[in-house]
Design a protein around this ligand. Structure first.
Ligand code: ATP
Ligand code: TPS
Ligand code: MG
Ligand code: MG
Ligand code: MG
Length: 332
């Protein structure tokens, strides 16, 4: 069915179904001029927004409506995770071109509702408009954090270790496989594509690491090189990263080999892994290791004095400046 047949208001009625997961903190959700929410006592309110634009962030020939819905929420929950917080609500705005169908929107919201339910997040509002050209999705996520666990980019100190969750580079490599149309050629390509189209935000890890005393944190949206440079600039410190220590999955190593590329390049500059990079004193990190929390953590470097800048020790042991050349919207 097309949007004209159904109309704007009936479409919103479809979106409204199953939007609220946790009724305790919502007085008014979808259906009024604004949502009315109950803030948790003694918590800081977190608010973040990220927009996804067709042919900039996604290509509908290589991602399904469901996957796109899931990812639109995931990238926003990832920013709440990087503040050490717990996501609570999202507001979703969509600009719909006429070549999409009502079924597409229903499936988009099924993906959104799946991840919202998984993380206990309510969809409390949004906006629906027509687009003359291309699908645009904007999500605003809200969350809460205990003031003592708030994670900034600016808290790193000389001597802290630099650590990442998970493995890096899978998403950038998955994107390249999708763009080349070669992702069906090998079985080990598929997990890479899935990590690109449906990344999992590291919400539990962010809150846990914060409670164990991480000093600064960033989520990896534009690539590790860019994110560590942001921490270094905000904290007025230098950072040294060791190429050999950057965790790469077996799949990205195999795929990079097949593509004649270097897996490390995807990790440093590919982006969209939505893992966390953080700094932490070594004693605090040992406490986490002893607690065995089931989160994959890898030390990749250390915080050094600002005058050294941000450095990468390459696989041959040569120290180079690590330029923040991740994804830049105006330099593609
Ligand atoms: N158009 C804008 N108006 C006001 N603030 C903005 C605008 N764009 C970005 N910001 C702010 O700039 C800061 C950095 O935003 P940025 O989007 O780079 O972070 P991010 O969401 O972590 O990264 P990414 O968008 O790659 O996921 C944030 O505080 C954000 O709110
Ligand atoms: C069709 C298509 N072309 C290119 C890319 C790559 N890409 C787009 S935005 C971005 C950084 C994160 O976005 P933001 O900084 O806006 O949060 C990256 C790595 C993609 N995903 N799909
Ligand atoms: Mg952003
Ligand atoms: Mg971020
Ligand atoms: Mg972001």
């Amino acid at each position: 069915m097309d949007f004209k047949q159904l109309g704007e208001f009936a479409l919103i009625d479809l979106i409204k179904v199953d939007a609220i997961h946790n009724k305790d903190n919502v007085v008014i959700g979808i259906g009024d001029d604004a949502a009315a929410l109950i803030p948790a006592p003694h918590q800081l309110q977190l608010v973040t927004t990220d927009m996804l634009v067709e042919m900039v962030h996604f290509d509908l020939s290589t991602t399904s409506a469901w996957q796109l819905g899931y990812k639109s929420i995931a990238v926003n929950l990832s920013d709440i995770a990087a503040m050490g917080g717990k996501p609570t609500h999202v507001v979703i705005s969509i600009a719909l071109p006429s070549y999409l169908s009502v079924d597409f929107v229903v499936s988009l919201y099924e993906g959104m509702k799946e991840i919202c339910h998984e993380f206990g997040v309510n969809i409390v509002g949004g906006d629906t408009v027509a687009s003359p050209n291309g699908l645009v999705i904007n999500v605003t996520a809200m969350g809460e954090v205990d003031p003592k666990n708030l994670q900034r980019r600016s808290g790193a100190s000389v001597g802290d270790l630099v650590v990442v969750t998970g493995a890096l580079g899978d998403s950038g490599c998955g994107l390249e496989l999708l763009q080349q149309g070669t992702w069906t050629e090998h079985e080990f390509f598929q997990p890479l594509v899935l990590r690109h189209v449906t990344p999992r935000p590291q919400v539990a890890a962010g809150a846990m690491l914060a409670s164990f005393g991480s000093t600064s944190m960033n989520d990896i949206s534009d690539g590790l090189a860019s994110e560590v440079n942001e921490i270094a600039a905000a904290s007025q410190v230098g950072i040294r990263i060791y190429a050999k220590m950057i965790p790469l999955s077996a799949e990205v190593c195999a795929a990079a080999g097949a593509l004649g590329k270097d897996g490390l390049e995807y990790a440093l500059y590919g982006g969209e892994d939505y893992q966390l990079v953080f700094t932490i004193p070594s004693q605090q990190l040992s406490l986490i290791s002893q607690a065995d929390l089931g989160i994959k953590l890898t030390v990749i470097g250390e915080v050094i004095e600002q005058r050294h800048g941000v450095l990468l020790v390459d696989e041959e042991g040569v120290e180079l400046q690590l330029e923040p050349k991740g994804y830049d919207h105006f330099r593609q």
